[in-house]
Design a protein around this ligand. Sequence first.
Ligand SMILES: Nc1ncnc2c1ncn2[C@@H]1O[C@H](COP(=O)(O)OP(=O)(O)OP(=O)(O)O)[C@@H](O)[C@H]1O
Length: 247
Amino acid sequence: MTPLLDARDVQVRYGSLAALAGVDLSIHDGQRHALIGPNGAGKTTLLNVIAGATRPQRGTVVFGGRDVGRLGPAARARRGINRIHQRPAVFSTLTATENVVVAALPRVIPQRRWRPGGRRRAAQHRAGPLLEQMGLADVASVPAGHLAHGQRRQLEIAMALAGRPRLLLLDEPAAGLSATEVGRLVELLRALPRAVAVLLVEHRLDLVYALADTVTVLRDGQRLAAGTPDEIRTSPLVRQAYADGVA
Ligand SMILES: Nc1ncnc2c1ncn2[C@@H]1O[C@H](COP(=O)(O)OP(=O)(O)OP(=O)(O)O)[C@@H](O)[C@H]1O
């Protein structure tokens, strides 16, 4: 089966440091793939390369059968690669609904194109179900700046979903969340439609094992291991890597 995403031989250097030293990563449709590894292993760098935010010195990124290596983040988002960041990136003075509308606007096609405001209405139509899906229906009219951190995280995921992603990149979604908020996030992520594949970078292994069906372990810019959560959990190589230097 052709993978949805196929990154090959990706190399990123910062001076003499190889942040990524020729890494391969494939993600299939609907897969829940986690990227783990000690601090500085190259996880965020690989996410940046896939999102188009970092241009590798070497390697290819093929998405949906097309080489997207020359495309920037916006063009990749239009093709279905959407991302959430370590710090929720929401417009704090806009309500939750308005945030999702803004995110949906570029991707909606109004039923009657010639009508003024048709695109906006179509985006508004889309916002309600997405807020509901992310557990935010009750706070739809609240400015994002007044939401709790966990709710802002949920809002950012609703905004990413508004872009109709085929691949959702999640960079440490549990960072800064309380235990209750993490539990809620896991529930919501588990309920994502299978039409969306997920690549998750996360230090919290409990969350990784609760969500992922495949795990890739990076260390020092190289792929150390890949397998099912059970295989990774019991791998002596992985245990050693974490014992040598984990968060
Ligand atoms: N813009 C940059 N300039 C110089 N070095 C960088 C830059 N970005 C990342 N690095 C270095 O590249 C290596 C990989 O960083 P990266 O952030 O990808 O690791 P990570 O696995 O995501 O780590 P963490 O778990 O701590 O977030 C690190 O040594 C980091 O210091």
